[in-house]
Design a protein around this ligand. Structure first.
Ligand SMILES: *Cc1c(COP(=O)(O)O)cnc(C)c1O
Length: 433
């Protein structure tokens, strides 16, 4: 009935997540509140891992894309399920380092890593740095030389496949700030150049073709292009590429119109595409890496709010205001993201009229969703927004000096605060008088 099977309705007509009553959680911890179903997040980690085992003989690794939700607790969770992780900044890297995450299983991305971030990565012993461009390559070689190490890298490649929801095109992706292009020879040249550098070891190639992708074809197409490039590097440069990292981007269900594939379906088809080219071009099978973020954690999270006002503007629309908004969920104002909402204290009620859910920030565009069909909503109701586990907490801000909500993880009958609610003192902690 709801977006994922872990959500249901109990005898009080309240929305439940796992075994927990969401209205009781809202009462105990206050709102706004992020709730993370740890059991579901773990299940998604396992689904991916098992798919690699089953369809690629375990010759690969699933990385949790930290940017989707980067906390020390979730890093540990991913690690305990046998996953590695990718990071895109010094802050994400530091979070994992402090959580004692195994650094050899970390891949460091980013189109503009600073010198201090690269130094931090080398200091922490990050396994692989995914190099974006020639400037970064030279800088990395210099820093590695100074530290007396050989840094293992992958190059970020633009494979020329631009995958959008329900649609993908094979050209045009050269217009991206990330990586080096295949089609104009840039990718080939940088590999050739890298072989001349003393403190760089090229281990692999990486691409990431988009997000919220619902078909397996774009992944297969990317796998094919990348495998042929690996074969070319071997033939022309005698360069042996060991790792193929195909990024993330697997779609999830935000509302009833979304129909994602399972991790097994995505990985099975992509692994087949990799094996096919390996056979055709007579090259070894690479170690295969994927980086799902959203699909591991988004469906496992919900956000609970308290309704503070209902404003019916006749013949225009009805605004329902909640005690959070763009500060804890900027995805609607950023790119019109879709969401489903449930009146948590009346979860079985039928929708009767369209409403616009508004936040409390001083911006007209501070909305969570516009004109979605909802049951009657009253002041004091608890409103749940579903599938907020990814890119909500991680994108949250303190706009209007509103403290960020806490995250409560639920696991079986247990619950635990894994990120504390910010206080007003947290808000002013860096202010200098
Ligand atoms: C964003 C990103 C991911 C994760 O994407 P999802 O859509 O959350 O699965 C993985 N790898 C890279 C390089 C990314 O930029």
């Amino acid at each position: 009935m709801f977006n994922s099977d872990n959500l249901s309705i109990n005898e009080n007509n309240h929305l439940t997540i796992g075994t927990h009553d969401t209205v009781a959680l809202a009462k105990e911890y206050g709102t706004p509140l992020y709730v993370l179903d740890e059991d579901l997040m773990r299940k998604h980690c396992r689904d991916y891992k098992e798919a690699i085992d089953k369809y690629y003989s375990g010759n690969g690794l699933i990385l949790f894309a930290s940017k989707a939700l980067c906390t020390m607790y979730t890093a540990n969770l991913a690690e305990s399920e046998g996953l590695g992780a990718d990071v895109v900044s010094g802050g994400e890297l530091y979070t994992l380092y402090k959580a004692a995450f195994p650094m050899d299983k970390v891949f460091f991305h980013g189109n503009n890593k600073t010198q201090s971030e690269i130094e931090l990565a080398i200091h922490c012993g990050v396994g692989h740095i995914v190099v974006d461009n020639k400037y970064e390559l030279d800088l990395l070689n210099d820093i590695a030389k100074e530290k007396g190490i050989i840094q293992k890298i992958l190059f970020r490649i633009k494979p020329g496949i631009d995958a959008h929801t329900h649609d993908f095109v094979k050209t045009g992706q050269i217009d991206s700030k990330f990586g080096v292009a295949l089609e104009n020879g840039e990718a080939f040249e940088i590999h050739k150049y890298a072989t001349t550098l003393s403190n760089i070891q090229v281990d692999g190639v990486h691409c990431h073709i988009g997000s919220q992708i619902f078909e397996f074809e774009p992944f297969c197409e990317a796998a094919k292009v990348m495998m042929n490039f690996i074969a070319d590097l071997k033939a022309k440069l005698s360069l042996k590429i060991k790792i193929l990292n195909l990024g993330g981007g697997f779609g999830i269900k935000y509302d009833s119109t979304d129909d994602p594939l399972t991790p097994a379906e995505y990985i099975k088809k992509t692994a087949e595409a990799v094996k096919k080219v390996a056979m055709e071009r007579n090259i070894d099978l690479p170690y295969l890496v994927f980086e799902p973020g959203r699909s591991i954690v988004a469906p496992a999270g919900i956000t609970l709010y308290t309704v503070g006002g209902v404003k019916e503007i006749e013949n225009v629309r009805t605004y329902v205001s909640v005690d959070g908004g763009m500060g804890d969920n900027p995805r609607y104002i950023l790119y019109g993201a879709k969401y489903s909402a449930v009146v948590a204290n009346n979860a079985g009620a039928k929708p009767i009229a369209p409403v616009t859910i508004a936040g409390k920030c001083c911006e007209s565009g501070d909305l969570i969703q516009e004109n979605i069909m909802m049951p009657e909503i009253k002041v004091g109701d608890t409103l749940a927004i579903l599938a907020t586990g990814a890119y909500n907490y991680s994108m949250a801000s303190n706009y209007n000096r509103i403290p960020r909500p806490p995250i409560v993880a639920v696991k079986g009958n247990e619950k635990k605060v894994i990120v504390k609610r910010e206080t007003y003192d947290d808000i002013i902690r860096n202010d200098v008088l």
